[in-house]
Design a protein around this ligand. Structure first.
Ligand code: ADP
Length: 371
Protein backbone atom coordinates (compact mmCIF):
# COMPACT_ATOMS: atom_id res chain seq x y z
CA UNK A 1 0.00 0.00 0.00
CA UNK A 2 1.51 3.31 -1.04
CA UNK A 3 0.20 6.10 1.21
CA UNK A 4 -0.22 6.00 4.96
CA UNK A 5 -3.51 7.83 5.54
CA UNK A 6 -6.70 6.59 7.12
CA UNK A 7 -7.62 4.52 4.05
CA UNK A 8 -4.44 2.45 4.42
CA UNK A 9 -5.11 2.21 8.13
CA UNK A 10 -8.64 0.85 7.60
CA UNK A 11 -7.26 -1.72 5.15
CA UNK A 12 -5.21 -3.38 7.89
CA UNK A 13 -7.96 -5.27 9.81
CA UNK A 14 -9.47 -6.92 6.69
CA UNK A 15 -5.96 -7.81 5.46
CA UNK A 16 -5.44 -9.68 8.72
CA UNK A 17 -8.82 -11.40 8.36
CA UNK A 18 -8.08 -12.45 4.80
CA UNK A 19 -4.64 -13.71 5.75
CA UNK A 20 -2.93 -11.20 3.46
CA UNK A 21 0.22 -9.51 4.67
CA UNK A 22 0.01 -5.76 4.09
CA UNK A 23 3.03 -3.46 3.89
CA UNK A 24 2.57 0.29 3.93
CA UNK A 25 4.89 2.90 2.44
CA UNK A 26 3.88 5.89 4.58
CA UNK A 27 4.81 9.51 3.90
CA UNK A 28 6.00 10.12 7.46
CA UNK A 29 6.16 8.70 10.95
CA UNK A 30 3.13 10.67 12.10
CA UNK A 31 0.79 9.28 9.42
CA UNK A 32 -2.49 7.60 10.27
CA UNK A 33 -1.30 4.14 9.17
CA UNK A 34 2.31 4.65 10.25
CA UNK A 35 2.03 2.21 13.14
CA UNK A 36 1.32 -0.46 10.52
CA UNK A 37 3.95 0.87 8.14
CA UNK A 38 6.93 -1.17 7.03
CA UNK A 39 8.58 1.74 5.33
CA UNK A 40 8.53 5.51 5.40
CA UNK A 41 9.49 7.46 2.32
CA UNK A 42 8.53 9.84 -0.47
CA UNK A 43 6.21 8.27 -3.08
CA UNK A 44 7.43 10.85 -5.63
CA UNK A 45 10.97 9.51 -5.39
CA UNK A 46 11.38 6.73 -8.01
CA UNK A 47 14.06 4.76 -6.13
CA UNK A 48 12.04 4.74 -2.90
CA UNK A 49 9.03 3.30 -4.76
CA UNK A 50 11.12 0.75 -6.75
CA UNK A 51 12.82 -0.48 -3.58
CA UNK A 52 9.47 -0.81 -1.80
CA UNK A 53 7.92 -2.60 -4.80
CA UNK A 54 10.65 -5.24 -4.68
CA UNK A 55 9.48 -6.28 -1.21
CA UNK A 56 5.83 -7.01 -2.20
CA UNK A 57 3.73 -9.12 -4.61
CA UNK A 58 1.35 -6.36 -5.72
CA UNK A 59 1.11 -2.59 -5.24
CA UNK A 60 -1.99 -0.54 -4.49
CA UNK A 61 -2.66 2.92 -3.02
CA UNK A 62 -4.51 4.99 -0.48
CA UNK A 63 -4.27 8.08 -2.72
CA UNK A 64 -3.93 8.79 -6.44
CA UNK A 65 -0.81 10.94 -6.41
CA UNK A 66 1.99 8.53 -7.34
CA UNK A 67 3.29 9.70 -10.73
CA UNK A 68 2.23 7.43 -13.61
CA UNK A 69 5.76 7.11 -15.02
CA UNK A 70 7.03 5.67 -11.71
CA UNK A 71 4.18 3.13 -11.68
CA UNK A 72 4.80 2.12 -15.30
CA UNK A 73 8.43 1.42 -14.43
CA UNK A 74 7.32 -0.63 -11.37
CA UNK A 75 5.21 -2.74 -13.74
CA UNK A 76 8.10 -3.10 -16.21
CA UNK A 77 10.29 -4.33 -13.35
CA UNK A 78 7.73 -7.06 -12.66
CA UNK A 79 5.49 -5.96 -9.75
CA UNK A 80 1.79 -5.71 -10.68
CA UNK A 81 0.11 -2.37 -9.84
CA UNK A 82 -3.64 -2.12 -9.15
CA UNK A 83 -5.31 0.04 -10.27
CA UNK A 84 -3.05 0.06 -13.32
CA UNK A 85 -1.46 3.40 -14.26
CA UNK A 86 -3.52 3.53 -17.48
CA UNK A 87 -6.70 3.51 -15.36
CA UNK A 88 -5.35 5.68 -12.55
CA UNK A 89 -4.62 8.59 -14.90
CA UNK A 90 -8.38 9.23 -15.15
CA UNK A 91 -8.52 9.83 -11.39
CA UNK A 92 -5.32 11.92 -11.44
CA UNK A 93 -6.33 14.40 -14.11
CA UNK A 94 -9.86 15.81 -14.28
CA UNK A 95 -9.52 16.87 -17.93
CA UNK A 96 -8.51 13.34 -19.01
CA UNK A 97 -11.37 12.05 -16.84
CA UNK A 98 -13.94 14.28 -18.58
CA UNK A 99 -12.62 13.27 -22.03
CA UNK A 100 -12.84 9.58 -21.15
CA UNK A 101 -16.33 9.80 -19.64
CA UNK A 102 -17.46 11.61 -22.77
CA UNK A 103 -16.04 8.81 -24.92
CA UNK A 104 -17.83 6.22 -22.79
CA UNK A 105 -21.12 8.04 -23.38
CA UNK A 106 -21.66 8.60 -19.65
CA UNK A 107 -23.79 11.66 -18.75
CA UNK A 108 -21.56 14.52 -17.47
CA UNK A 109 -21.91 18.29 -17.02
CA UNK A 110 -21.10 20.46 -20.03
CA UNK A 111 -17.35 21.21 -19.83
CA UNK A 112 -14.31 22.64 -21.59
CA UNK A 113 -10.55 22.75 -21.07
CA UNK A 114 -9.41 26.39 -21.20
CA UNK A 115 -5.92 27.85 -21.44
CA UNK A 116 -6.60 31.54 -20.84
CA UNK A 117 -9.04 34.03 -19.36
CA UNK A 118 -10.68 34.86 -22.66
CA UNK A 119 -11.53 31.20 -23.40
CA UNK A 120 -12.89 30.88 -19.88
CA UNK A 121 -15.00 34.03 -20.19
CA UNK A 122 -16.51 32.71 -23.43
CA UNK A 123 -17.63 29.54 -21.60
CA UNK A 124 -19.01 31.54 -18.64
CA UNK A 125 -20.97 33.84 -20.96
CA UNK A 126 -22.39 30.85 -22.84
CA UNK A 127 -23.55 29.23 -19.57
CA UNK A 128 -25.67 31.90 -17.91
CA UNK A 129 -22.84 33.96 -16.43
CA UNK A 130 -21.57 31.43 -13.85
CA UNK A 131 -19.41 28.32 -14.02
CA UNK A 132 -17.27 26.00 -11.92
CA UNK A 133 -13.53 26.13 -12.52
CA UNK A 134 -11.27 23.28 -11.39
CA UNK A 135 -7.56 22.62 -11.45
CA UNK A 136 -7.01 19.43 -13.45
CA UNK A 137 -4.62 17.93 -10.92
CA UNK A 138 -4.01 17.91 -7.19
CA UNK A 139 -7.41 19.05 -5.86
CA UNK A 140 -9.20 17.37 -2.95
CA UNK A 141 -11.99 18.22 -0.50
CA UNK A 142 -13.04 21.12 -2.71
CA UNK A 143 -9.56 22.72 -2.81
CA UNK A 144 -9.05 23.39 -6.49
CA UNK A 145 -12.76 24.13 -7.14
CA UNK A 146 -14.15 27.68 -7.52
CA UNK A 147 -17.54 28.95 -8.63
CA UNK A 148 -16.89 32.07 -10.70
CA UNK A 149 -18.81 34.65 -12.67
CA UNK A 150 -15.72 36.39 -14.03
CA UNK A 151 -12.62 34.79 -15.52
CA UNK A 152 -10.40 37.14 -13.47
CA UNK A 153 -11.39 35.19 -10.35
CA UNK A 154 -8.94 32.41 -11.27
CA UNK A 155 -6.13 34.66 -12.58
CA UNK A 156 -3.83 33.16 -9.91
CA UNK A 157 -4.51 29.64 -11.23
CA UNK A 158 -3.71 30.63 -14.82
CA UNK A 159 -0.51 32.31 -13.56
CA UNK A 160 0.48 29.12 -11.70
CA UNK A 161 -0.09 27.09 -14.89
CA UNK A 162 2.22 29.49 -16.78
CA UNK A 163 4.89 29.02 -14.12
CA UNK A 164 4.66 25.23 -14.55
CA UNK A 165 5.65 25.91 -18.15
CA UNK A 166 3.88 22.86 -19.56
CA UNK A 167 1.00 24.68 -21.21
CA UNK A 168 -1.54 23.35 -18.72
CA UNK A 169 -5.24 24.03 -18.89
CA UNK A 170 -8.02 24.51 -16.37
CA UNK A 171 -11.28 22.58 -16.44
CA UNK A 172 -14.47 24.62 -16.58
CA UNK A 173 -17.94 23.12 -16.13
CA UNK A 174 -21.53 24.28 -16.13
CA UNK A 175 -22.78 25.00 -12.60
CA UNK A 176 -25.09 22.01 -12.12
CA UNK A 177 -28.37 22.72 -10.33
CA UNK A 178 -28.36 19.48 -8.37
CA UNK A 179 -30.77 18.36 -5.66
CA UNK A 180 -28.24 16.06 -4.02
CA UNK A 181 -24.97 14.23 -4.50
CA UNK A 182 -24.74 10.47 -4.87
CA UNK A 183 -21.82 8.09 -4.85
CA UNK A 184 -21.74 4.71 -6.55
CA UNK A 185 -19.06 2.32 -5.36
CA UNK A 186 -17.93 -0.49 -7.62
CA UNK A 187 -15.20 -3.09 -7.23
CA UNK A 188 -13.57 -4.76 -10.21
CA UNK A 189 -11.04 -7.58 -10.37
CA UNK A 190 -8.32 -7.90 -13.00
CA UNK A 191 -10.38 -10.77 -14.44
CA UNK A 192 -13.27 -8.33 -14.98
CA UNK A 193 -15.69 -9.48 -12.23
CA UNK A 194 -17.52 -6.46 -10.82
CA UNK A 195 -19.72 -5.82 -7.77
CA UNK A 196 -21.66 -2.68 -6.91
CA UNK A 197 -22.86 -1.47 -3.51
CA UNK A 198 -26.22 0.29 -3.20
CA UNK A 199 -25.80 3.93 -4.29
CA UNK A 200 -25.45 6.31 -1.32
CA UNK A 201 -26.25 9.97 -0.71
CA UNK A 202 -23.33 12.16 0.33
CA UNK A 203 -23.78 15.45 2.14
CA UNK A 204 -20.90 17.93 1.89
CA UNK A 205 -20.21 20.92 4.11
CA UNK A 206 -17.62 23.51 3.04
CA UNK A 207 -16.54 21.16 0.24
CA UNK A 208 -15.86 18.30 2.69
CA UNK A 209 -17.94 15.14 3.01
CA UNK A 210 -19.94 15.44 6.24
CA UNK A 211 -22.46 12.59 6.14
CA UNK A 212 -23.21 9.51 4.05
CA UNK A 213 -26.67 7.94 3.97
CA UNK A 214 -26.79 4.32 2.81
CA UNK A 215 -28.67 3.41 0.78
CA UNK A 216 -29.61 6.81 -0.73
CA UNK A 217 -33.07 7.51 0.74
CA UNK A 218 -36.25 7.85 -1.31
CA UNK A 219 -34.48 7.07 -4.52
CA UNK A 220 -36.44 6.30 -7.64
CA UNK A 221 -35.66 2.66 -8.66
CA UNK A 222 -34.74 3.99 -12.11
CA UNK A 223 -32.13 6.26 -10.50
CA UNK A 224 -30.66 3.35 -8.54
CA UNK A 225 -30.39 1.26 -11.70
CA UNK A 226 -28.92 4.16 -13.66
CA UNK A 227 -26.26 4.83 -10.97
CA UNK A 228 -25.23 1.15 -10.89
CA UNK A 229 -25.21 1.00 -14.70
CA UNK A 230 -22.98 4.07 -14.91
CA UNK A 231 -20.68 2.64 -12.22
CA UNK A 232 -20.13 -0.54 -14.21
CA UNK A 233 -19.74 1.26 -17.56
CA UNK A 234 -17.02 3.43 -16.01
CA UNK A 235 -15.29 0.55 -14.16
CA UNK A 236 -15.15 -1.56 -17.32
CA UNK A 237 -14.46 1.43 -19.59
CA UNK A 238 -11.33 2.49 -17.72
CA UNK A 239 -10.48 -1.12 -16.73
CA UNK A 240 -10.10 -0.16 -13.08
CA UNK A 241 -8.91 -2.81 -10.64
CA UNK A 242 -9.86 -2.36 -7.00
CA UNK A 243 -12.55 -0.06 -5.64
CA UNK A 244 -13.86 2.82 -7.76
CA UNK A 245 -16.07 5.59 -6.39
CA UNK A 246 -18.18 7.41 -8.99
CA UNK A 247 -19.43 10.67 -7.49
CA UNK A 248 -22.59 11.96 -9.14
CA UNK A 249 -25.12 14.78 -9.09
CA UNK A 250 -28.84 14.05 -9.11
CA UNK A 251 -30.56 16.89 -10.92
CA UNK A 252 -33.99 18.38 -10.35
CA UNK A 253 -35.30 16.65 -13.47
CA UNK A 254 -34.14 13.21 -12.26
CA UNK A 255 -30.95 12.89 -14.30
CA UNK A 256 -27.69 11.59 -12.92
CA UNK A 257 -24.44 13.29 -14.03
CA UNK A 258 -20.97 12.04 -13.14
CA UNK A 259 -18.82 14.56 -11.26
CA UNK A 260 -15.69 12.75 -10.08
CA UNK A 261 -13.86 9.43 -9.99
CA UNK A 262 -11.75 8.06 -7.15
CA UNK A 263 -9.83 4.82 -7.68
CA UNK A 264 -9.47 3.57 -4.13
CA UNK A 265 -11.73 3.08 -1.14
CA UNK A 266 -13.56 6.34 -0.59
CA UNK A 267 -15.10 8.34 2.24
CA UNK A 268 -18.54 7.58 0.78
CA UNK A 269 -17.88 3.86 1.41
CA UNK A 270 -16.82 3.93 5.07
CA UNK A 271 -20.38 2.93 6.04
CA UNK A 272 -19.66 -0.48 4.48
CA UNK A 273 -17.34 -1.53 7.34
CA UNK A 274 -20.43 -2.21 9.45
CA UNK A 275 -23.18 -1.67 6.87
CA UNK A 276 -22.23 -4.22 4.18
CA UNK A 277 -21.52 -7.94 4.12
CA UNK A 278 -18.19 -7.04 2.49
CA UNK A 279 -16.63 -3.67 3.28
CA UNK A 280 -14.98 -1.56 0.61
CA UNK A 281 -11.61 -2.13 2.30
CA UNK A 282 -11.91 -5.91 2.24
CA UNK A 283 -13.24 -5.78 -1.33
CA UNK A 284 -10.36 -3.59 -2.48
CA UNK A 285 -7.89 -6.13 -1.11
CA UNK A 286 -9.76 -9.02 -2.70
CA UNK A 287 -9.81 -7.22 -6.06
CA UNK A 288 -6.15 -6.23 -5.92
CA UNK A 289 -5.17 -9.80 -5.00
CA UNK A 290 -7.50 -11.08 -7.76
CA UNK A 291 -9.55 -13.09 -5.26
CA UNK A 292 -13.31 -13.64 -5.71
CA UNK A 293 -15.32 -10.58 -4.64
CA UNK A 294 -17.68 -10.70 -1.64
CA UNK A 295 -21.40 -9.92 -1.41
CA UNK A 296 -22.25 -6.23 -1.08
CA UNK A 297 -25.72 -6.51 0.48
CA UNK A 298 -26.50 -4.22 3.40
CA UNK A 299 -26.36 -5.82 6.85
CA UNK A 300 -29.25 -3.58 7.99
CA UNK A 301 -31.88 -1.51 6.17
CA UNK A 302 -29.96 1.72 6.86
CA UNK A 303 -26.41 2.82 7.67
CA UNK A 304 -25.28 6.39 8.30
CA UNK A 305 -21.68 7.56 8.52
CA UNK A 306 -20.75 10.96 9.96
CA UNK A 307 -17.21 12.33 9.75
CA UNK A 308 -15.52 13.68 12.87
CA UNK A 309 -13.54 16.82 12.02
CA UNK A 310 -10.88 18.48 14.10
CA UNK A 311 -12.18 21.56 15.92
CA UNK A 312 -10.47 24.79 16.95
CA UNK A 313 -9.20 23.17 20.14
CA UNK A 314 -5.90 21.37 20.20
CA UNK A 315 -5.68 17.96 21.80
CA UNK A 316 -6.14 14.48 20.47
CA UNK A 317 -9.48 12.88 19.69
CA UNK A 318 -9.17 10.37 22.61
CA UNK A 319 -9.83 13.13 25.16
CA UNK A 320 -13.57 12.77 24.52
CA UNK A 321 -13.38 9.25 23.17
CA UNK A 322 -14.40 7.34 26.29
CA UNK A 323 -17.34 9.67 26.90
CA UNK A 324 -18.70 9.13 23.37
CA UNK A 325 -18.32 5.37 23.71
CA UNK A 326 -20.23 5.49 27.02
CA UNK A 327 -23.05 7.65 25.69
CA UNK A 328 -23.48 5.88 22.32
CA UNK A 329 -22.88 2.16 22.79
CA UNK A 330 -24.62 1.41 19.47
CA UNK A 331 -22.31 3.68 17.46
CA UNK A 332 -19.11 2.37 15.88
CA UNK A 333 -16.40 4.96 16.41
CA UNK A 334 -13.28 5.00 14.21
CA UNK A 335 -10.30 7.12 15.19
CA UNK A 336 -7.61 7.80 12.58
CA UNK A 337 -5.02 8.69 15.21
CA UNK A 338 -4.38 12.05 13.54
CA UNK A 339 -3.68 15.39 15.16
CA UNK A 340 -6.94 17.36 15.01
CA UNK A 341 -6.36 20.50 12.98
CA UNK A 342 -9.54 22.52 12.32
CA UNK A 343 -11.59 20.91 9.54
CA UNK A 344 -9.29 17.88 9.23
CA UNK A 345 -10.96 14.45 9.07
CA UNK A 346 -9.80 12.72 12.25
CA UNK A 347 -12.34 9.92 12.48
CA UNK A 348 -15.87 8.85 11.71
CA UNK A 349 -18.91 7.29 13.35
CA UNK A 350 -21.26 4.75 11.79
CA UNK A 351 -24.65 3.61 13.06
CA UNK A 352 -26.74 0.90 11.41
CA UNK A 353 -30.37 0.00 12.04
CA UNK A 354 -33.88 -0.38 10.75
CA UNK A 355 -34.91 3.26 10.37
CA UNK A 356 -32.82 5.84 8.55
CA UNK A 357 -33.97 8.87 10.56
CA UNK A 358 -33.26 7.20 13.92
CA UNK A 359 -29.90 5.90 12.75
CA UNK A 360 -28.95 9.29 11.34
CA UNK A 361 -29.91 11.15 14.53
CA UNK A 362 -27.76 8.83 16.62
CA UNK A 363 -24.76 9.01 14.27
CA UNK A 364 -24.92 12.82 14.13
CA UNK A 365 -25.23 13.09 17.93
CA UNK A 366 -22.31 10.72 18.50
CA UNK A 367 -20.06 12.62 16.04
CA UNK A 368 -21.05 15.98 17.59
CA UNK A 369 -20.22 14.70 21.06
CA UNK A 370 -16.54 14.97 20.04
CA UNK A 371 -16.87 18.77 19.68
P1 ADP B 1 -12.67 17.58 -5.21
O1 ADP B 1 -11.78 16.81 -6.13
O2 ADP B 1 -11.96 18.68 -4.50
O3 ADP B 1 -13.52 16.72 -4.32
P2 ADP B 1 -15.03 17.98 -6.90
O4 ADP B 1 -14.85 18.08 -8.35
O5 ADP B 1 -15.57 16.71 -6.36
O6 ADP B 1 -13.65 18.36 -6.19
O7 ADP B 1 -15.95 19.17 -6.40
C1 ADP B 1 -16.17 19.43 -5.01
C2 ADP B 1 -17.61 19.85 -4.78
O8 ADP B 1 -17.92 21.04 -5.54
C3 ADP B 1 -18.63 18.82 -5.26
O9 ADP B 1 -18.83 17.83 -4.28
C4 ADP B 1 -19.85 19.70 -5.50
O10 ADP B 1 -20.51 19.97 -4.28
C5 ADP B 1 -19.25 20.98 -6.04
N1 ADP B 1 -19.21 20.94 -7.53
C6 ADP B 1 -18.20 20.40 -8.28
N2 ADP B 1 -18.48 20.50 -9.59
C7 ADP B 1 -19.68 21.12 -9.70
C8 ADP B 1 -20.51 21.52 -10.81
N3 ADP B 1 -20.15 21.33 -12.08
N4 ADP B 1 -21.69 22.12 -10.51
C9 ADP B 1 -22.07 22.35 -9.24
N5 ADP B 1 -21.32 22.01 -8.15
C10 ADP B 1 -20.14 21.41 -8.37
Amino acid sequence: MIGGGQLARMMVPPAIHLGLRISVLAEGEGMSAARAADAVGDYRDPDTVYAFAETVDVITFDHEHVPGEILREVERRGTPVHPRPDALQFAQDKILMREKLGELGVPIPDWAAVSDESELQTFIDAHGGRAVVKTARGGYDGKGVRVVSDSGEVRDWFAALDEDGNGGRLLVEELVDFTRELSQLVARRPSGETRTWPVVETIQRDGVCAEVLAPAPVADPATLDEAARIGIVVADGVAVTGVLAVEMFETRDGRVLVNELAMRPHNSGHFSIEGSVTSQFEQHLRAVADLPLGATDMTAPAAVMVNVLGGPEEGPMPVRYARVLAEFPGAKVHSYDKLPRPGRKVGHVTVTGADLDTVRAEAVAAARAFD
